[in-house]
Each structure stands twice: as C-alpha cells, then as structure tokens.
Design a protein around this ligand. Sequence first.
Ligand code: C2E
Ligand code: MG
Ligand code: MG
Ligand code: MG
Length: 271
Amino acid sequence: RAKKAGRGLHCFYESSMEAELRTRQKLEMELWDALARQEFQVVYQPQFDLGSRKLIGVEALLRWPHPERGMVPPNEFIPIAEEVGMMEALGEWVLYEACREAARWPQPIKLSVNVSPVQFTRGNFVASVTKVLADTGLRADRLMLELTESLFVQECGAVRSAIDELKSSGIGFALDDFGTGYSALSYLRKFPIDAIKIDRSFVLGVPDDVEAMAIVQAIVALGRSLGIRLIAEGLETPDQIRVLQELGCQEGQGYGLGRPQPAQLIMELLN
Ligand code: C2E
Ligand code: MG
Ligand code: MG
Ligand code: MG
C-alpha cells in the first residue's frame, strides 16, 4: 500500500512539474515574442526635491501588458529574461525608449534607468549606452543608471572600468534598494556613486517603527558624510514625506508624490 501511495505521489509530482515547466516555457516564448513585436511599455515615476517639492527627475519602469495575464510585474519576468539571455536586448530597448522620450521633454529633468547586472557582465554595455545617447540626442548628464548591490559582489575589473568610463562621459549612478543586499559599504568609496536609494522596506516603517527609523537615520548619515545624495523610495504618506525630509534626505519618490505614468503625462506635467 505504501508503495502504491508513494508511486501515486510520484506521478502527481511529476505531472505538476511538467505543467510548471510548460507554463514557464510558454512564458519564455511569449517574452521573446513581446520583444520582437515591441509590446513592452515604459512608465515613468516622478522624483521630487523634498525641500522645494519640485519635479527633478523620473525613474523609467518596465511594463509588460500580457494579452491573458494582464500587466505582468517586472519582478516576475525580469529574472526569466535574465536567465534566458534576453535581458541585454530588453535592457537596451528600455534605455533607448526612455532616452528617446526624455530627450523630447521641455525641461532638462533627469532620467533614471534600472540596469540589470547581466547587462554589465555580458555584451558591451558601454558601447550600447554610448550609442543610445548618440542616437536619441539625450545629454549624458541627464542620465542616471540605477545599479543594485549584487553587481559589486564579485569585485570584477570589467565592471569597474565600465562604470568609470560611463562616469567620465557624464552619466550618474544610483545605488538601488540600498540596505537590502550585501551592503559591503566599501564599494561606496571604490565606485563613483552619486545617489543612494533608501529602500521602500525601511521607508514603510517611518515614523512609527523604531528600528526602521534607526536604519533610515543611519543611511542618511552615511550618505551625507560621504557626500552622496539620498533618494527615498516608496513615500506614501504625508508623514513619511515630512520625516524623510526632516532627517536630511534630499529627494524622494512614491505613490504619495506621484505614480508611475505614461510618457505623455510626464510631458503634460512639464508643459
Ligand atoms: P525599483 O527599481 O526599486 O523600483 C521601485 C518599485 O517600487 C517600482 O515597482 C515602483 O512602481 C514601486 N513603487 C514606487 N513607489 C511606490 C509606493 O509608494 N508604494 C509601493 N508599494 N510601491 C511603489 P515596479 O515597477 O513593479 O518594479 C519593480 C522592480 O523591477 C524595480 O524596483 C526594478 O528592480 C525592476 N525593474 C523595473 N523596470 C526595470 C527595468 O527596466 N530594468 C531592470 N533591470 N529592472 C527593472
Ligand atoms: Mg530603481
Ligand atoms: Mg528601488
Ligand atoms: Mg526597491
């Protein structure tokens, strides 16, 4: 009996794995199709100076409107795109699309674009960014690239020289989701980081959670003493906006200040 039940379980396990594999393969194929047909979209979340409340930039965020699943969140499809070797092409598409839009805006606000570590480590990222700027006419000093801590884990010489080269052309760098990764602080000195983005998970606890407050204060102190700008993510409430500003964080973004929106609406906002 035990053997029989065991076999039954085994069969069930196998078929659910097969189903999962099929779903995954379908998703991979649909991702390639979406790229070929240019079905991805880019939305832009406003970033504000917390002191003056002026719009100073936007962050480009990738969207995939799927015919059956609706909007698939980037956290679901980006890891797959990275795994199947599609992220270089997709990352280049986002960069091109966002730079092309930003170059048309009537005010020279900054454009931040998220970069996946695989874009740095495979292919020629520097050449690709240089070409996008040349083709779209966006000035290099309007572009900020958002990097994640995972990029700095394997002390890679190629990453270092790519960052230095882009930096010397005028491009800025922000460290995304700060405090959630490996946080080996030493790379804040080694790499030319212009801004630190305080992760939403910490901002969420402001002002009531004592530990979140302590972490946010420490990050702000670190940034200020190193001369690195601070950008708070995920500001939702008036309290969070006020307290972050009082703590010395210069910039912020979040649903409480502005949702990610199509390029056209950013254009209208600036006009
Ligand atoms: P991220 O770069 O940290 O982007 C911030 C995320 O927080 C965005 O989610 C944004 O919509 C969301 N957000 C902003 N304000 C608030 C708020 O007040 N409350 C809440 N609950 N959420 C807020 P999204 O667009 O789903 O993107 C998730 C992540 O996917 C991004 O995190 C980024 O790591 C990645 N991603 C998005 N677009 C790209 C891209 O073009 N390239 C790469 N490599 N990664 C991307
Ligand atoms: Mg980001
Ligand atoms: Mg972030
Ligand atoms: Mg985040």
